[in-house]
Ligand binder design. Sequence first.
Ligand code: FEO
Length: 384
Amino acid sequence: MYISDTIKYVGVNDHKIDLFEGQYTVPNGMSYNSYVILDEKCAITDTVDVKFGEEWLCNIRGALGDKAPDYLIVQHMEPDHSANILKFTEAYPDAKIVASKQAFTMMKNFFGIDFLPNGIVVKEGDTISLGKRTLTFVSAPMVHWPEVIVTYDDLDKALFSADGFGKFGALDAEEDWACDARRYYIGIVGKYGAQVQTLLKKAAALDIKMICPLHGPVLKDNLPYYLNLYDIWSSYRPEEPGVCIAYTSVYGNTKKAVEELAAELKRLGCEKIAINDLARCDMAEAVEDAFRYDRLVLATTTYNGDVFPFMKEFINHLTERNYSNRRVAFIENGSWAPCATKVMRSMLEPSKNLTYLDTTVKILSAMNEESLEQIKALAKELVE
Ligand code: FEO
């Protein structure tokens, strides 16, 4: 991948991974990006996942030849980027590690070694000159861990953005950026919207021509498009009009109600409807849909005086990530003491600025004339 004459890609693609960060399915794999910045002095940003240490060092040798790097910049200590720090110091004992103070503490915790004697602690606004260019470090706490720094290169006008602007999928996979960047962002960084907003404000003061994240492609063209999506996601605004329906169904009756609702919505001209069967779908995809669209319908059964487990998990994912600023409706099913709507509503209490629709669909075991009418009323209210 060509980035610039003086920034070389030395990252790796992982097609063997089953679950990224132990929970996210990544059918198209994952990339762990690493960059060599060539100048009078040479810097590398971040290492890669533990499985790829040798391949990464080989890539570095390919970019540098016999030259040794002067710096390893550690922007983020999560092991998908930091696992090979020790291996790097063994290969290049004279190179200095550049990181935030908290990152050095984490290094000690992860490796049992104090890297500070051979390190440079940097904080907001600190700089290192490589020769023709100056690298400026910008603190980005909680995007996605507290120790994170991002790095600005004033020569190539590149922002090395750590996890920010990353996506699922290896670099040799052909896929839409927004789809897998959204699922990645909402799942992994979604809770930290305020911190992302702070970083975006800092980035707005820089002249950025390219963004080099630690996952996914380097972004060069149409940067306002990516920055605008990050602004929307991190401010918890819906990205576009549409209805996300998330449901669970034990014997198919709640599913039938969802299908009726979707058909009615279509009849009324609603074009974007995303239906997620929470017991069977990719949960992260369902969470992504809830954040993407401006309306959400939750449909589930009463279960053990509570709601069905997958719905519980789903709502917890939403509230954990500050779900807010949407219109929400409920469909509940229950055979003897239905309470699903009450439970779901109380679970959503931490969410800000939710508008609940007047119509709630109540199913007593199976749909009847009454519940069918409620579905029609709900569809109408949803498209109003
Ligand atoms: Fe890609 Fe937070 O690590």
